[in-house]
Design a protein around this ligand. Structure first.
Ligand SMILES: Nc1ncnc2c1ncn2[C@@H]1O[C@H](COP(=O)(O)OP(=O)(O)O)[C@@H](O)[C@H]1O
Ligand SMILES: [Mg+2]
Length: 337
């Protein structure tokens, strides 16, 4: 695979609350390669947003990074993001790494035309040549398949949800970042608009060559977008592999559960199973494997011993004591189709 741009190594983050510490993201490790798209999937509350916010130093004040490092490489130079000065971090955001936040469609300033919002962003990061900014903005708006001139002169309320999301994608890559983090970028949109956004994203990525961290609770959508998928559960990464691995050959019961919740053509609606139970309390999580209280395959060992996150086949990692049971169950799942 190509060169690594972001190497996340054993990152742990907690939130300090009155009852104790919310172990929001624990021991997260993965490499993001140049030009690849990696999806982080998992139910709401699994720690996807928290770990991503740490990369651009945008964690809320209650959060504390308790361990790990994130190595960033550009033009052959490698730095630890967690050791950046404030000035370096300001430059890093947008120029190196841009994040499109969850629910950001409403973050546009309602009284400014789109044009002003692009110019403001560019100005704030040292791009003073107005002509150059407008030229790049028009190109990017065209790339996300909007009418460029018309969008520039619009106020946010004049754009539909899908159009606002496309505009945000264009804004995200305005300063030509190497890494783009998209946090639930299609969640508020209808299914056809979601698909259209994915198409646009893929085209942007192939033209501009940036790497993507795509955060989603929707496995089917992630599978369409990503080259690799990481499943998160209760603040931990429980599985990581190619999209083929996670979507067709999952090794972790939680990934399998997410897969069973994806509607398929050959399936009746009543057959659609969602994972029973609720995610655990992250202040006082279950012993052993955190998924064991909800796991259909759990045995005594699962409650006693935390499974190691290990490589089961090249590039396919999972933390489960009984992957053979998952393999058997997934074979039945695909047989029905
Ligand atoms: N500001 C905060 N203070 C305390 N706990 C938080 C805060 N933000 C998030 N959390 C908790 O951290 C955990 C992970 O949240 P988050 O990273 O938002 O998950 P996801 O993006 O996967 O939905 C959840 O249990 C959530 O309740
Ligand atoms: Mg989130």
């Amino acid at each position: 695979m190509s060169e690594v741009v972001l190497s996340v190594q054993d990152v742990s983050i907690v939130y300090r609350v009155s009852r104790g510490q919310v172990k929001a993201s624990q021991h997260i490790s993965f490499d993001l390669h140049k030009g690849e798209s990696l999806a982080l999937i998992g139910e709401s509350g699994s720690g996807k947003t928290t770990v991503s916010l740490s990369f651009i130093d945008m964690l809320p004040s209650a959060a504390k990074i308790t361990g790990g490092k994130v190595l960033y490489t550009r033009d052959g130079k490698t730095e630890n993001i967690f050791e950046f000065s404030e000035a370096r971090m300001r430059d890093f955001r947008w120029h190196d790494c841009a994040m499109v936040f969850q629910g950001a469609q409403n973050a546009f300033n309602p009284v400014l035309k789109i044009k002003e919002q692009f110019l403001d962003t560019a100005r704030a990061h040292g791009w003073r040549d107005k002509g150059k900014v407008i030229k790049r903005t028009l190109e990017l708006l065209r790339l996300v398949r909007l009418d460029p001139e018309r969008t520039l002169e619009s106020f946010p309320h004049e754009l539909s949800g899908g159009m606002k999301q496309r505009t945000l994608l264009a804004l995200g890559v305005l300063l030509d970042p190497q890494v783009v983090i998209l946090d639930e970028p299609t969640t508020a949109l209808d299914i056809l608009t979601q698909r259209a956004i994915i198409e646009v994203l893929k085209e942007m990525q192939s033209r501009l060559g940036f790497s993507i961290i795509f955060i989603s609770h929707d496995l089917a959508l992630a599978a369409e977008m990503a080259d690799r998928v990481a499943t998160m559960y209760a603040g931990e990464m429980v599985e990581l592999g190619s999209t083929q691995h996670i979507f067709y050959e999952p090794l972790h019961p939680y990934s399998l559960g997410l897969l069973q919740s994806v509607p398929r053509l050959s399936q009746d609606k009543d057959e659609l199973s969602s994972i029973k139970g609720n995610p655990p309390d992250l202040i006082d999580p279950p012993s052993g494997c955190k998924f064991h209280p909800r796991c259909p395959f759990a045995q005594e060992l699962c409650n006693q011993e935390e499974p190691v996150f290990k490589e089961h086949e090249p590039g396919h990692f999972a933390a489960c004591h009984f992957t053979e049971n998952v393999i058997e169950a997934r074979a039945n799942l695909w047989k029905k189709d």
